[in-house]
Design a protein. Structure first.
Lengths: 478, 478
């Protein structure tokens, strides 16, 4: 992966930049010693690392605005960072950048149960948003696998989903308003605690824009009353294709489970060795969970089990207690950790129309043979968001590159199937060169022209999302 | 309301503009005789009228592109029009414009029940989208009151909702992709039959942009399986405030009816005289409808009725048959027609946080006394989208102006309550001068800069949404 060449003019001014930042920020908010900045050299795409010029850790919207004003004036690129859990390199620094981390901004600013909203600083972790309203019987719905660690800032930047997004939608469906600081330090308010708003939907535009249009410092989020109960069913099938067809039929029938999770043999095996959840020995399994009162659950599961039986399942295991539910979820929740035990892996994030699942799973199996690299599949099947894990050996020369080529082919397959390059991890640096397979030049041009509006000099997270040559041309022109 | 001054350069070139359009379009697609263009002089905001320079009625994306290329080259403003049902003047022509009507483009291009999507040309009416998939057991969820007449083009432009949007969301939640023609004739594809997409959310940005960013010619829409059944309850209360508080409590409890509709005494009376639905004699009533199987309906209505009883209802009338359901809905569906029988009225469209309903209803009552104009309230209460109807006498000099001033005060009240100027009707010309009450200058500047990207010369529906002085400055500068 090509890294952008640092701006030598910026680097030569490092001392005066640090001094200016220290003048406008409290003591301890600016970090620049190599030992201290090491933690910020990479995000969860650990194959790529680069120490930033400096790290700034503000505590308020005002401190973010002060930081951006200085950087804007001095022409310093800024890379925003939530909790650094991006799998696509969305928070990877450049050598000439100020890395702006919002982790210290984690306060709850307001809870309003009557209107069912919470307002938080965006450094707050996803799970602790639910934590703040749990006692009152509420929760925040989007639940990425990294929810213990990931920040709302990153969720907004990547429009994150999670296992439950089939029913509750992704971040954009649960975000009502933000406070955002533009690159020149202007503070704007988008949306609020009401439905829709006149004028253009800039809130929707910002959600998923990967930290390129502004730094989101506060967010108003929809919270929901906790459902009365939930019950998962584990379903074992004789092939991935059959399991994929079952998912497609459930969706087509119009019942709405909160989650349909998929695992294939490789993942099931690795998970059993690791977590011993007692999963059946099969080619593919689904975990389908429904929520509601007992009557609602019985009703919905009745329809779902009827559909599943048409696909000759090897086993249908309906949970009869909280302990059995926990065991059914145990394997799924351990899957990524378990896969990490058996090999290095790259986690992809393509999205496809649900009806294409059987075809795409079959093709991935064939391509796995062609490339000679194993692939495990564990993902949110109900909404067509796939996460193939390609196994490789980081110590074997050329294996990472082979893995990246294979990954690119899978994502191109997703686009050909009528899908897209990323469901929830974002483009980051990982997929920026693949954008040309999704978008025509005029489509990409209009996206970049929108960034021009918010950040004319392309200082904010500039080396991400778009092919490097395209974004570099933009910076020089600006 | 000030009308923009027509561009005399454009008007002087009328003959050559018509000739150029006739060259690139089939016979009959260009209309310019006064007798023929009369039908396009206004939309449903009939207080304002202006004959367009010409009307173009294309039959395909290619013909739309050809029209826009000519207009772009010659600097002719273009006003797009769906079915012309806008209550905010969104499709009002200017004297120097080509009015581009998509009504002839009403084909179904593809139905895909497996992925639950339909692709249509956007001139197709809302109700006939559901009609096309009805036999297969599906429907298209957004259901504006004008659904028999209004076009998908207008629904996308205004991000329309409807009685059922409490459960199913508004247009943006049911729109998966569009084909759009930019002002220079470039055809772009946004979104598709998959979840989310990499890059910026331009689809969300376009939805609700009131025909200012491009002309949407084709749309991929989510369709849903028809629910097993539905059952409404009619609830009568002793005051509007109590009814408003009941709505707030139902929402807070987390049950999800498909609709919560509100009517006050004035509307109930007018409706009874007109449609004789047998509504109780009371200050305010709610119609709450839930969907699902019989077991699900019983479950949900149990919770809802328990909440309602806490507010001392004068009557709770649960439907016991299809006939009773039809009678409960009859009055609500006749309400706008009934109000039109007793007086001229202006229909507002403010949105507020649900918890503010009691306060806002009380204030509207007080303001009605102050202005000396009666107000009827009939609206989608569950999502806080209010439609106060201010009654006035079109034949009484000054009454329309008084009514407009009153309306502006109500919308300012909505903004103060944490809400906004428009839920689903759009800004159009009606509310463009009120935008300054919702947005700071820097907020509006960034919205207009986004329009610059899509339409640098501000030729597309230019005199709408933003205060006239602001958009005029933009055109001159461009």
């Amino acid at each position: 992966m090509e890294m952008p060449k640092p701006d030598s003019t910026v680097l030569s001014k490092k001392d005066s930049i640090l001094r200016r930042l220290q003048e406008v920020l409290p003591a301890g908010a600016v970090i620049h010693e190599a030992a201290e900045t090491r933690a910020y050299e990479c995000d969860a795409l650990t194959a790529y690392r680069c120490p930033p010029m400096a790290v700034v850790l503000p505590a308020s919207t005002e401190e973010v605005a002060a930081t951006l004003r200085v950087c804007h004036e001095l022409g310093v690129p800024v890379v925003p960072r939530g909790a650094g859990t991006s799998l696509a390199g969305g928070a990877l620094p450049t050598a000439d950048c100020v890395l702006l981390g919002v982790a210290r901004m984690n306060a709850v600013l307001e809870t309003d149960y009557e209107n069912r909203v919470i307002r938080v600083q965006t450094g707050r972790t996803n799970l602790s948003v639910s934590g703040a309203v749990e006692e009152a019987g509420f929760f925040y719905a989007p639940d990425p696998s990294s929810q213990l660690a990931c920040a709302i800032a990153g969720n907004v930047a990547m429009n994150s989903g999670g296992a439950h997004c089939l029913k509750y939608g992704v971040t954009t469906n649960n975000l009502l308003g933000v406070t955002m600081v533009l690159m020149d330090g202007t503070v704007v308010e988008l949306g609020g605690a009401h439905l829709d708003a006149p004028g253009y939907d800039l809130l929707g535009l910002v959600c998923g824009s990967e930290g390129q249009l502004g730094v989101v410092t506060e967010a108003t989020l929809r919270i929901l009353p906790k459902p009365e109960g939930a019950r998962p069913v584990l379903m074992a099938f004789s092939s991935s294709e059959v399991a994929g067809q079952c998912v497609s039929d459930i969706i087509k029938a119009g019942v709405l489970p909160v989650a349909i999770e998929f695992m294939d043999r490789l993942c099931i095996r690795a998970t059993e060795d690791f977590a011993r959840a007692g999963y059946p020995d099969c080619e593919a399994l689904l975990i389908v969970e429904v929520e509601g009162s007992d009557a609602e659950i019985d009703e919905q599961l009745g329809v779902i089990l009827q559909i599943a039986r048409r696909h000759d399942p090897l086993e249908l295991r309906e949970s009869g207690s909280a302990e059995e539910s926990a065991r059914i979820w145990l394997g799924r929740k351990s899957a990524f950790g378990a896969m990490g035990q058996i090999a290095d892996y790259m986690c992809l994030d393509g999205t496809i129309p649900v009806s294409a699942l059987p075809m795409v799973l079959r093709r991935i199996g064939e391509m796995s043979e062609e490339f000679g690299l194993q692939v495990g599949n564990v993902f949110h099947a109900g909404d067509g968001n796939m996460h193939p894990l390609i196994l490789y050996d980081a110590n074997k020369p050329g294996d990472l590159e082979l893995c990246e080529r294979f990954g690119a082919e899978i994502l191109k397959l997703c686009v050909e199937a009528g899908g897209c390059l990323t469901g929830e991890h974002g483009v980051g640096i990982e997929k920026r060169d693949l954008m040309v397979h999704q978008f025509a030049p005029e489509d990409m041009e209009i996206q970049m022209a929108v960034k021009d509006v918010f950040d004319p000099r392309w200082l904010l997270n500039p080396a991400k999302v778009f092919p490097l040559a395209a974004s570099r041309a933009r910076r020089v022109a600006g």
